[in-house]
Design a protein around this ligand. Sequence first.
Ligand code: C5P
Length: 218
Amino acid sequence: MIITIDGPAAAGKGTISAYLSQKYHLAYFDTGMVYRAVGLQMVLTGLNLQNQNAALKIAQNLTFPQMMELSVHPDFRSDIGGQAASIVSAYPTVRAALLNMQKNFALKPTFADGQPAKGVVYDGRDTGTIICPNADLKLFVTASPQIRAERRYKEFLQKGMITSYEKVLADMIARDERDSKRTNAPLKPAEDAVIIDTSDLSIDDVLAYITPLVEAKL
Ligand code: C5P
């Protein structure tokens, strides 16, 4: 069973992915992590994010263990990590270098402890269009930029990160623009994706809507 969940930042993909992977015992691949890892590695080594060749070299050498190591850095999930990921992910060469790592996961999905899983939930921007065009179920989860910025702002506050709602909203809009306007793998729903706008829905409403869609595929 392969489920893809695409959509813009803070639309609810992570919560839905975590719920589905737990409920149906599926592995979870948060594909934003690969771009965050490359972007953060650039920032930490003092490389200019506009240096496409340097980003490509980092992408070509990226391994799962290295990605997991970078994922505990405080800036991995911060707006610094998010913006860096968004910049490097727009480079077609970087995307190409990270493609197989993401595609191959579905051939032999594993849980974090290395145990084999019967399927995978992918979370990202192009997982239903590029990474797994043959997925069993494709969801495209979205919400208004204001609602998403509010959710992300609250998350940052809970983590003790200092920022303002206005900055989070401006970053969100800039990231949406870059993600949807890039020529290579732009953020857009797959033709056969179910589109869910979570702006006015509680997480319980969303999960109640999605569960029968998954059950129908089991
Ligand atoms: O989902 P997350 O916020 O972690 O993603 C960080 C950035 O990585 C996104 O803004 C997007 O630019 C990029 N990304 C992508 N393709 C994916 C996942 C993430 O381009 N499949």
